[in-house]
Design a protein. Structure first.
Lengths: 315, 379
């Protein structure tokens, strides 16, 4: 049954949905729900990044920049321009997509890791803008984010956000699964296997890479907006370089090209620091050591490696 | 197998022993690592040192303190997660949390919602104003540093100044705070310049200031290496009106970086902790700052920092309040913190009021002047 479930296209999505429904039944306090919400929010960003890394074979070292654009959109829009939060979210997401298009269009025509270098610079630039434009962004101390209001419903409280982020993650995963199964997804997988061969087959390599880069930026911006609305606070740390690295680590750790792996990677990196506090001064060393062990013994990432170990193919 | 059983038994014993003694739980979220570790690290060391000390002397009314410290790495999102954990999971009786303004602003709403007394160590004025029921703060604000500087300028009959400010969090915040009170002192700003935190030459900005006629003094709200470079360039350009810095640069390394010759005559407000030994014996603050400085330097082997002092003040205010409240009842402890009167901490004398959860006045600052490469206290 389990095997059949995992073989089917939406099996993974159902598995994630089941987890989201079951977790509140076993958690003793809202602290666990908060950790789960953070896992879901980061998962949304990582699912998007994983499409880019796992299927188009490109790395973005500036994804926190898109994440930050989403986050600051829902902060700046309502505060300074009186735009409702939901509209600001859409504007932020569109802006992130547009920036990804502008940055990606010339660069993705080149082969190799030029995108990594370009996004690295772009991410740092975006974070600098948030730090320096203090009139709009509150500078390094950040700014408060007004609550999201949908019609007359104020979205607040840990339980509410649990279901909002959970349902969003399921939708995000479903869209990703669909994309992979579509002709675009097949083209992307072909590009990942061999750019030359895909080119010969008549696939417009640059165009497909650009499409997936824009999609991944949109995912990150949505996740960033959620985090800002959930925390009701945003600071330049949200868009910082370390967060970009964190996203890449989550994707690699969970398994490149694996939707379930994206969620597992995010879960590991969000939950581990909470568990490692028992090591006090050595928690960073412990975190590093655990990640090295993971990468040595599960080199393809947690989900694909374990899948292979049990003789099943996870997608 | 026997070994395992023995070990389990020992562990169980150890755990039950800890629980039997730990009756008051204090939770702390600090930026021990990351870019703000210069704040969080001395704060953590101070809290651990003094909690051990208080427990060795019998604790609070016979109850031992259990201190739980989490490191947020300077990320407000982490700070909020750890503060949630302290309140929900660890069920702490009080919070001593928030190294930076950003992390503190993430923690305050949680303390308010759960009704847990919180004493924070953030610098900016928004960490205590407007007053929130459960939130208190120990470090003096940038605003107070501004007022101290303007008071001193007034004494020297300076009415027209120029400002060169750092574009970092500290410089920006202090500059903005200064502008809100400058009118009260009848001082006028003739010219303003800024520099980026990593700039290594401010000659251009200072030349502009030099060219402005009528400037009687220059104020530099800043932090880190910027003010030291300003000081050096200031001397090189031969500007001879007085130069004032903010309280953020008050450390020995500032004088070394700026070179003693260039720093001669520079004035800045600072907490008494930096000039602990130089305070007159009659100063009621002398004992507490000298004791703290000696203890910290002996235990950690590092020079004392004002930031650790904020944690010391917070812990002592909380402990005193718990003693008066006769336990850790959250509402009672909150009321007692608000009633803190005449407490001498490293930051000055604290007199809390329902509409003032900081409780420091300008006497918390000493105006210092650099002479022969060392601090001297003015007036």
């Amino acid at each position: 049954m389990m095997a059949a479930l995992l073989q089917s296209r939406y099996g993974i999505v159902l598995l994630i949905a089941a987890g989201i429904v079951l977790i509140p039944l076993v958690t003793p306090s809202t602290f666990y729900l908060r950790v789960a919400i953070l896992v879901y929010i980061f998962s949304i960003a990582v699912v998007g990044l994983n499409l880019l890394m796992g299927f188009a074979g490109q790395v973005s070292l500036g994804h926190a920049g898109f994440f930050g654009i989403g986050a600051y959109a829902v902060a700046v829009g309502p505060t300074h321009f009186g735009i409702p939060s939901w509209a600001s979210l859409l504007i932020g997401v569109a802006l992130a997509g547009l920036i990804a298009y502008v940055v990606g269009r010339p660069i993705l025509k080149l082969r190799g890791h030029y995108l990594a270098v370009a996004t690295l610079g772009m991410g740092i630039l975006i974070a600098m803008v948030f730090t320096n434009e203090a009139r709009f962004t509150g500078g390094p101390d950040g700014m408060p984010v007004p609550r999201l209001v949908l019609f007359d419903w104020v979205v607040r409280g840990v339980t509410t956000w649990y279901w909002v982020s959970g349902v969003s993650l399921v939708i995000a995963a479903a869209i990703a699964v669909n994309l992979i199964a579509s002709p675009t997804g097949r083209a992307l997988r072909a590009i990942h296997d061999s750019e030359t061969a895909s080119h010969v087959l008549g696939i417009d390599v640059a165009r497909y890479k650009l499409v997936v880069f824009v999609i991944s930026a949109v995912y990150a911006a949505v996740a960033g907006a959620y985090l800002a609305l959930f925390d009701a606070l945003v600071t330049p740390v949200t868009a910082g370089f370390l967060r970009s690295i964190e996203f890449v680590t989550m994707a690699v750790l969970g398994g490149l090209g694996s939707i379930l792996g994206s969620v597992v990677g995010a879960a590991v990196l969000v939950v581990l620091p909470q568990m490692l506090t028992v090591f006090h001064d050595y928690e960073h060393i412990a975190l590093g050591a655990i990640m090295i062990v993971f990468m040595i013994f599960l080199p393809a990432g947690i989900v694909p490696s374990l899948g292979r170990l049990f003789g099943r193919k996870f997608s | 197998m026997r070994v395992l059983r023995l070990a389990t038994a020992a562990a169980a014993l150890l755990i039950s022993a800890t629980f039997a003694q730990a009756q008051i739980k204090i939770g702390s979220v600090l930026s021990v690592t990351g870019p703000a570790s210069f704040l969080g690290d001395p704060e953590k060391k101070t809290l651990e040192m003094y909690v051990a000390d208080i427990n060795a002397k019998g604790g609070i009314n016979g109850k031992k303190i259990e201190l739980i410290v989490y490191d947020d790495g300077g990320d407000p999102n982490n700070a909020r997660t750890f503060a949630t954990r302290l309140i929900e999971q660890d069920k702490v009786d009080a919070l001593l949390a928030g190294s930076t303004t950003a992390t503190t602003m993430a923690i305050i709403p949680l303390a308010e919602e759960a009704g847990v007394p919180l004493i924070n160590f953030a610098g900016a004025v928004q960490a205590v104003s407007p007053v929130k029921k459960w939130n208190f703060k120990t470090p003096h604000t940038d605003l107070m540093a501004c007022e101290k500087i303007f008071e001193d300028m007034k004494k020297r009959n300076i009415t027209k100044i120029a400002i060169i400010a750092g574009a970092d969090a500290f410089g920006k915040s202090m500059r903005d705070q200064c502008m809100t009170v400058i009118g009260k002192y009848g001082i006028e700003v003739l010219h303003e310049e800024t520099y980026q935190p990593r700039d290594n030459d401010m000659t251009a900005q200072l030349t502009n200031i030099k060219g402005k006629p009528g400037v009687q003094a220059v104020l530099n709200p800043g932090f880190g290496q910027g003010p030291a470079i300003v000081t050096r360039n200031y001397k090189q350009l031969g500007i001879n009106v007085p130069l004032y810095h903010g309280h953020g640069v008050a450390s020995k390394s500032f004088i070394e970086l700026a070179t003693p010759a260039a720093a001669e005559g520079v004035r800045l407000p600072a907490a008494a902790l930096l000039v602990a030994e130089k305070l007159p014996d009659s100063d009621p603050q002398k004992k507490v700052v000298v004791d703290y400085k000696k203890t910290y330097e002996a235990k950690t082997g590092q020079p004392v920092s004002g930031f650790g002092g904020h944690a010391y003040d917070g812990l002592m205010i909380l402990v005193e309040a718990m003693k008066r409240a006769g336990g850790a009842d959250k509402a009672k402890v909150r009321d007692e913190i608000e009633k803190t009167k005449g407490f001498w901490g490293t930051g000055g004398v604290v007199n809390m009021k329902p509409d003032d959860h900081l409780g420091l006045d300008l006497s918390a600052f000493k105006m210092l002047e650099i002479k022969n490469g060392d601090w001297t206290i003015v007036n």
